[in-house]
Design a protein around this ligand. Structure first.
Ligand SMILES: [Cu+2]
Length: 321
């Protein structure tokens, strides 16, 4: 997709309307269309302690096989990838998002394979679809469960999970962008998203609740019972979907829009670590006490459970194993 600065808001709207394509995991590129990409199954290996290495889950329909070489993506250290796979995070993350994008999957021909997949897995449509009231807190909590658990479990690699100090708006050595769809330079950073980031960093009090904050960050979808495909006209909403799309390198097996594998991608956690800090700043600005906020602790408990963990440890701020 070759987007130009003036066309950006329109393009952003159109792509959003086409389904949840921008929302962190939807593309199924045909490997034949990805020059130079090796197409071969991942070879089963062994871990450092000699155990058989686990393969990814819910990845059967990933058309890109093999390594990330030749792409901008960087894989998390193998011990961390194996930890995620032991907990089945590939399926859990994919199920979480796709059951909340159910209504889009059901009608968008480009998502028909994903819709067949969720039905094959016998996953159920989530009551609160992406962008509906309640989904924002849910979104923040589920990603916090992953970020905090990895930060706690792998303290020597905490830098991988602390998140960006500032969202990179241009390609650079630490955060390279993939080429544009036409093979040329990446497109400029959308001005509405710069406004969103400035608001999130400097004006937390403008968001009245965790849920409003989470919905503003995650998506432009605002479904209602009567209008399941309603979108907000606020062009600064959805920085999460925008960043996932911007860093998406379709030549990679762990590309940023692939729910079951993007959790193995360093950029995913640099970005979600940043979102997690924004949420912490918002809660601090509001003077909220985690210990007495039962909506918060309930949501964190459910998020930990969904990711194969036990419950939320309030004192340590992490899921327990
Ligand atoms: Cu996600």
């Amino acid at each position: 997709m070759a987007y130009r600065p003036l066309a950006l808001p329109v393009l952003f709207l159109v792509t959003s309307l086409l389904g949840a394509g921008l929302a962190c995991g939807t593309k199924d590129p045909d490997p034949a269309e990805v020059p130079g990409q090796p197409v071969q199954p991942e070879q089963p290996g062994v871990t450092a302690d000699g155990a058989a290495a686990l393969g990814p889950s819910c990845d059967e329909d990933n058309p890109i096989r093999g390594a990330v070489s030749g792409t901008v993506d960087r894989t998390l250290p193998e011990a961390i990838v194996q930890f995620e796979r032991q907990l089945g995070w590939g399926c859990a993350h994919r199920e979480w998002h796709e059951t909340r994008q159910w209504d889009y999957l059901a009608v968008d021909p480009k998502r028909s394979k994903d819709f067949a997949y969720v039905n094959d897995r016998k996953w159920m449509r989530a009551k609160d679809q992406e962008g509906a009231p309640g989904s924002g807190l849910d979104f923040l909590a589920m990603h916090r469960a992953m970020v905090r658990t990895l930060r706690d479990k792998f303290p020597q690699q905490a830098d991988l999970f602390k998140g960006w100090s500032a969202v990179p708006t241009s390609s650079n050595e630490s955060d390279p962008l993939p080429p544009g769809a036409d093979g040329g330079a990446p497109t400029p950073f959308y001005v509405g998203m710069k406004q969103a980031i400035a608001r999130l960093e400097t004006d937390p009090m403008s968001f009245p609740s965790d849920d409003e904050l989470g919905r503003f960050i995650e998506t432009r979808h605002r479904p209602t019972a009567d209008k399941p495909f309603e979108q907000t006209q606020d062009l600064t909403s959805g920085v999460h979907a925008f960043i996932h799309s911007r860093f998406d390198d379709v030549r990679s097996p762990i590309h940023m829009e692939l729910f079951n594998r993007n959790i193995e991608n360093e950029t995913f956690f640099r970005f979600h670590g940043w979102i997690d800090r924004i949420w912490s700043q918002w809660r601090a600005a509001r003077g909220l006490d985690d210990a007495t906020d039962t909506a918060y602790t309930d949501m964190m408990h459910h998020a930990c459970m969904h990711m194969g963990l036990m419950t939320w440890d309030l004192a340590r701020g992490t899921c327990t194993m």
